[in-house]
Write a protein that binds this ligand. Structure first.
Ligand code: HEC
Length: 139
């Protein structure tokens, strides 16, 4: 194998690798969540408590931003490596459909690639602060 053939091959392979990296991979959609009724109708004891917002934001930046992105659009640095689409938490139509209790369930209990935070975020007030902060992402 001569050196020119080798370098052209290497160049082509490099270009291919770059293209594969640049073309966004189609992600699997998780489909509708099956959320137990006790969560769906769960009351948010901190509803409209704006004082929790800053706190909720800190938690979001610490635990959630890496996948869900700065403003919830699902474009965090770790999102690239996910098999499932993390969705768009800022989507108004979606926000209007889900109850606070459902947000709580999805955020704290999770499923599959959406991590479970029961042992990482143990404080109820912190959990609801997070839910309240998710509400502020709505566009
Ligand atoms: C490791 C990446 C990752 C992290 C970190 C993460 N999530 Fe997720 N999240 C996902 C994925 C992937 C899904 C979609 C799961 C599915 O559909 O099965 C998801 C789904 C969700 C959903 C439902 C979205 C929808 O459109 O149905 C909510 C709400 C959510 N996450 C909130 C959070 C919150 C709050 C945090 C931080 C406490 C967080 N996530 C941290 C990956 C992540």
């Amino acid at each position: 194998m001569n050196i020119r053939f080798f370098s052209i091959t290497a160049l082509l392979l490099g270009a291919l690798a770059l293209m594969a990296f640049m073309i966004p991979q189609e992600k699997k959609k998780g489909g509708p969540w099956e959320i137990p009724q006790e969560y769906v109708s769960m009351e948010n004891p901190y509803k409209d408590d704006a004082s929790l917002e800053k706190y909720g934001k800190q938690e979001y930046m610490k635990h959630c931003r890496s996948c869900h992105g700065n403003i919830g659009e699902g474009d965090g640095p770790k999102a690239r490596n996910l098999e499932f689409d993390p969705g768009n938490l800022s989507d108004a139509a979606w926000q209007d459909k889900v109850t606070d209790g459902e947000l709580y369930y999805m955020s704290i209990i999770g499923r599959d690639e959406m991590p479970n935070y029961e042992s990482k975020i143990t404080d109820e007030e912190t959990r609801w602060a997070l839910v309240n902060y998710l509400r502020t992402l709505k566009k």
